[in-house]
Write a protein that binds this ligand. Sequence first.
Ligand SMILES: *Cc1c(COP(=O)(O)O)cnc(C)c1O
Length: 221
Amino acid sequence: MSGFKERLENIRARMSLAAEACGRDPDSVSLLAVSKFHPAEALRDAMECGITHFAENYVQEGMSKSALLPNATFALIGPLQRNKAKPALLYFRELLTVDRPELALRLVKLAEELDICREIWIQVDLWGEVSKIGGCQPSDVQSVLDAFGASSALPLKGFMAIPPPGMTSAFSELANFRENWRQRLGTQIQLSMGMSDDLEEAIKAGSDQVRVGTALFGERY
Ligand SMILES: *Cc1c(COP(=O)(O)O)cnc(C)c1O
């Protein structure tokens, strides 16, 4: 037996403790298993423990793994180029890194042509880190939303963010940002933030989804 089960239990315990400590329902926070750079074998171990949805940073890597693991589904959490929009839509069930109107327009056109429905998250960058990790500036969120228009093929699930390491105020800034948009749009908007090292802080600030790689699958090489 691999160590996956133990690591998974450990993560779930950390998530529950963090939620309970601030009076949140532990079931209200979901876990996205980040499998990038780990071989299909590692994902098989995870599937034996009931995890069937995995996050990948590269379109190509997700495609290869989905061919090997037909019962798994994938989320894209790495930067998406327009010329990879089609395979991204075909091989991933949700895209978390949409961050510009041109990309959104391309996705809408393709999703309608392909007649498929995918969940979309807008990656936001409140700290001007865009050159490093991508993300939509706050002033551009509306234009990305406009590009999606009322497309029912690509419903907006929420905002995803990768705050600068060690920036302690980032999670509450994101929570406020989400709250403002929730009021403005009058709809639910999930917030995906928090990773192996800081999921507790993210949950305390209101994260709906933590994305965990290293603490679940081990170091990446
Ligand atoms: C790699 C990655 C993660 C997981 O990070 P860990 O520190 O290994 O848990 C989460 N989100 C994104 C966008 C990533 O690229």
